[in-house]
Each structure stands twice: as C-alpha cells, then as structure tokens.
Design a protein around this ligand. Structure first.
Ligand code: CTP
Length: 396
C-alpha cells in the first residue's frame, strides 16, 4: 500500500450515490481508496460500482475473504478514514463501538484520523440521541462535519443534507494536510465556569459548559500551537496534545493565567469567571436557618490585570450578554485591554452547552478603531478557527 491509503466507508443513505463522485475526487487528490460499504448501502449503490470505480475488491462483512482478516489489515494499513454518507444508525454504531459489519470492525481496528460526513433527515440529525452520539465522537477526536441546510429527499427542508463534494474534500484535506500556521506559537486558553465555595457543599457558579474554550484549545493544537488549557470544572479526560491545568475558583485561575501569560503569544479568555466570591467560606455546612444573605468580595479581573502589562501578546476576550449591545462590547474590549472580543447574546441560554454559537467578533486596530464581523449561527469549532485567524493576522 502507498503512503496515503484511505478507507471510504459508505452508509445506507440515498447520498451514497454522491460518494461515487467523492471517491473520484479523492483519487484526483492522489489518495488510494478502498471502499467499504455497509450491507444496507448496497441497496443504493452496488458493490460492482465501487469495485469498478476504486479498482479494488469490495466486501461488506467479516465473513468474506476470511483468510485475509480484512478488518484488521485494512484497519492497520489505512492512513485516513472518511465515512460518507454517515447515517444516524452508522453514527450510533461507531459511537458505541459496535462491530457488526466490515466497516465498523475496520474502524475499531484503526487509529487513523477519521472524518464523518453525516446525511439524514433534519429531525434525525436534531434528535437528542444523534446529538449526543456526535458529541461523544467529537470528544473522542473524530471529525464530524456539519451537514448542509437545504432540501432533503422528500419535500422537507432543513439541516441534514450531504455537503457539497468540494466542501467534503476541503475538510478532509485539512485533516490529511493540516495547516500548521500556529507552529512555534504558545496559546493559553481558559475554559469553563469558576466555582466559588460557600461551604463544603455549596458554591456560586455559572452555566458555562466550557465547550467554546475547548474548541479553541483543540483548534490551536491542530494548527501546531503549543497549547495550555486552564479548565475550570470541565471534562478534560481525553485531550491529546494539550497541557491541561484543572482549577476550581477564580483565584486559582488567576494565579495560573498570571504565571503563564508573559511567556504566551495568545491568551484566549473564554472562561466565565465569577466576579465575586463569598467573603467567608464556612468549614461546616451552613444550616438553612443561617442561609439568609451572602456577603461577597470581588475577585480579580483576570484579563484586565494581565492584559494591562501585555507586550506582544494578542488577547482575546469573550462577552456573554443578554442583549447584543455593540457599544457595551466595544467598551469591554477597551476596558480589558483586549485585541479581539467575541460578543454573544445568551438570552434564553440556548448557547450554553450547545455546539453552535452566534454573535459579533470585534477587532481593535493599532489605532483603536474597532471593526465588527457579524457571525451567523456556526459551530463553536468554526468560531474557534475564525478567532485564531484574527489572532494570527495580528501576530503578523
Ligand atoms: N473576565 C476575567 N476576570 C473576571 C471576569 C471576567 O478575566 N473576574 C473575562 C472573561 O473571561 C471574559 C471577559 O473578561 O473574557 C468579559 O467577561 P464578562 O463577564 O462579560 O465581563 P465583566 O467584566 O465581568 O462585566 P459584567 O459582568 O459587568 O458584564
């Protein structure tokens, strides 16, 4: 096998026919492709088509060519996997480690980077089961594309369409030939929400899920940066390539940001930091009769404190507001001595814990002129890259 071996897994959706063109375009890009259709996908495109187009044998179960132990051999030898189209069922099977056909067996035996290209009815894409399966796969490092919005097989319109071939190839190439434009740069990211203890049981917290910060940390690492993630009360178990520091309170976050800031190139302050903490932390549980008022003491403003001494660092702030007030965004950007600020409207709290976001990126020029870039609903991963693009632009 050559250096750029690809397994193209084809799920049982009508978009399977569009993957015939995708296969051709992958070959145009110099990849050698072995196609593994699921048995049900043969209802849409037959094995003969795939054999003719790929010039390679095509089987769908582990009970064919048993002497070759194809799932193990293909799993070991492939450099990249691309699953297109990925149905809701196929996504569920991959997420849960099922191995009931050749494709899922091969994926279990493979450690190669994998791009999953979903295509299904919008209701199936929005179903909590699919949403959580996609989340699980992303947490495990699979790249899951966002399907397109548009007309589906029937008369319904929504998010679920198989993306245009050119978009799939572009996304796949970003995985196979990553742009390491942040190589040699140090990026410090804060994520999550701080918790300020009141007693051993209770704390003052907030609704930040930490997903945006995690997306920035992952995107920066993918682009070659050396990333330190300071995570407040987040899920940080499987984050290859990142240095993770877990903290609980604003004070702990402050001391770590303060320690690493001078040696960093970019600070991305996406954590939701409690502005104040209980003045007294009780060593014993406070009984309900005594819980009538909480006296608060201000926490340090982390970003404003470190950014006021910045030299060449690029500082990115976030502002979650309950109304999209551009003047307030501009005021905050200047008050925090930041270079870039992402302003979003969290009224109704749809943004918290979601994979999607929307808002305005404010960018401050060297002459303190602030430009606005409106961001329509996009994934937090995409926003992460847009913010890093802006930072890179400023780093020069
Ligand atoms: N931030 C910080 N330290 C704090 C509070 C906020 O570093 N003690 C950072 C956040 O991480 C974010 C930015 O400041 O990047 C803006 O946070 P926000 O809560 O919107 O601003 P505040 O200054 O707290 O203003 P207000 O709560 O009055 O809106």
């Amino acid at each position: 096998m050559s250096a750029r071996e690809v397994v193209l897994g084809v799920g049982g959706g009508i978009a399977a026919y569009k993957s015939c063109d995708l296969l051709r375009r992958l070959q145009d890009e110099g990849f050698a492709v072995t196609v593994i259709p699921t048995p049900s996908s043969l209802n849409f495109v037959g094995a003969a088509t795939w054999e003719a187009l790929s010039g390679r044998p095509v089987t769908t179960t582990v009970w064919e060519r048993v002497d070759e132990v194809r799932h193990v051999r293909l799993g070991k030898e492939t450099d990249f996997n691309i699953i297109a189209p990925a149905t809701a069922d196929l996504i569920a099977r991959i997420a849960h480690g099922r191995a009931d056909d050749l494709l899922t067996n091969t994926l279990l035996a493979s450690t190669a980077p994998t791009l999953i290209v979903p295509a299904m009815h919008p209701a199936m894409w929005a179903n909590p089961a699919t949403v959580s399966n996609v989340e699980l796969l992303r947490e495990r490092g699979y790249h899951v594309m966002e399907p397109d919005h548009g007309r589906l097989t029937g008369s319904d319109v929504g998010v679920g369409r198989f993306p245009e071939t050119a978009r799939i190839v572009k996304e796949f190439k970003a995985i196979t030939d990553p742009v390491l434009d942040l190589a040699g740069k140090k990026v410090l990211v804060t994520a999550g929400g701080t918790r300020e203890p009141l007693d051993p049981i209770r704390f003052i917290g907030n609704r930040s899920s930490g997903r945006q910060g995690l997306a920035v940390a992952r995107a920066a690492a993918k682009r070659g940066a050396e990333v330190t993630l300071i995570s407040a009360n987040g899920q940080t178990s499987e984050l290859p390539g990142l240095t993770v520091i877990n903290v609980e309170t604003a004070e702990e976050m402050f001391s770590n940001v303060d320690k690493y800031f001078d040696g960093t190139d970019v600070l991305v302050m996406s954590a939701a930091v409690a502005d104040a903490k209980p003045s007294q932390v009780s060593a014993a549980k406070i009984k309900k009769g005594a819980l009538t008022a909480i006296e608060l003491t201000a926490n340090p403003d982390i970003i404003a404190t470190v950014a006021s001494r910045k030299k060449n660092q690029i500082v990115i702030a976030f502002a979650a507001e309950t109304s999209l007030d551009l003047a307030e965004g501009e005021r905050k950007l200047l008050a925090k001595s930041a270079d870039i600020l992402f302003l979003n409207d969290v009224a109704g709290s749809e943004i918290f814990g979601s994979g999607q976001t929307q808002g305005v990126i404010l960018v401050r020029s060297s002459h303190d002129v602030i430009s606005h870039h409106e961001i329509e609903r996009i994934s937090k991963d995409t926003l992460a890259d847009l913010l890093l693009d802006q930072a890179l632009d400023k780093l020069g």
